[in-house]
Design a protein around this ligand. Sequence first.
Ligand code: ATP
Ligand code: MG
Length: 315
Amino acid sequence: LTKQLLGFARGGKYEVRPTDLNALIEKGSEMFGRTKKEIRIHRKFQKDLWTVAVDRTQIDQVLLNLYVNAWQAMPEGGDLYIQTENVTLDENYIKHFNLEPGNYVKISVTDTGVGMDEATRQRIFEPFFTTKGMGRGTGLGLAAVYGIIKNHGGIINVYSEKDKGTSFNVYLPRSEKEIAITEEKLSDEILKGSETILLVDDEDMVINVAPEMLKAMGYRVLLARSGKEAIEVYKNSKDNIDMVILDMVMPDMGGGGVYDRIKEINPNVKVLLSSGYSIDSQASEILERGCDGFIQKPFNIKDLSLSIRKVLDQK
Ligand SMILES: Nc1ncnc2c1ncn2[C@@H]1O[C@H](COP(=O)(O)OP(=O)(O)OP(=O)(O)O)[C@@H](O)[C@H]1O
Ligand SMILES: [Mg+2]
């Protein structure tokens, strides 16, 4: 039944993406708060919250269900506390849930409402269990919440005291994949493409970030971490490589040397030179030898996308 419920809203489509829950929660709770003036919402978000991989529509739905329940539990108004936190769950805590110990993001939704007794608390996640009168509740809200959290490899638990309030805690596993460059950050200003790019750089900073940027723009990426490796990769795959982004300063072989070698292999090769220094004599010399463009590091995604298109679209 929960499976049906979960797929229901989306015609069975799931879309799991690395997500910043703070941003997601802020948006959703603000929207909710605008329609419910009688409750005060307090947000306390952990800075640098870990990334989680979620279906955002489903997590929005989970949170909305929790907010609505909290609101209904506070007919005279009250306080709603929404918090996020990075937590590490150990063997001891996790063993009842059949999950791996490790890093989780905890979301808690706490109200100062009517609370519930133990007998009610035991049953709240059952489908069709409701204490709300005929025609008011279907009792499916928390059943769906439970199913969604479980599907995400997470945990939900609840603490409640009659006449004091209720606290729901949701734990979602940290995603190893950090938020790459999410689609919404790709504004119109960013030009996309689908060509294959050989990225040559020895700096971890660049190696960790630039391929994600390039992939987010639609490109296929090959990576070389030294001048020698670059020449090797280029030799082997030159027919598949549409352009090269070449770092100028590398320990084994400077950008100039690499440039000359790959130019020998393919005189029509397109090269975007990159360097931590602004154009200096060394760079301008390479540019004069026919290199197609220059970008200064550190670059942002917008500059990078523009520089790439300039090079690739050159006739
Ligand atoms: N924040 C809360 N405070 C007190 N009781 C709660 C709270 N959240 C849930 N409950 C109890 O759990 C029951 C089940 O909740 P659930 O959201 O599944 O169904 P519902 O709210 O009754 O109906 P629906 O969500 O389908 O409109 C509720 O009827 C209520 O008794
Ligand atoms: Mg409900």
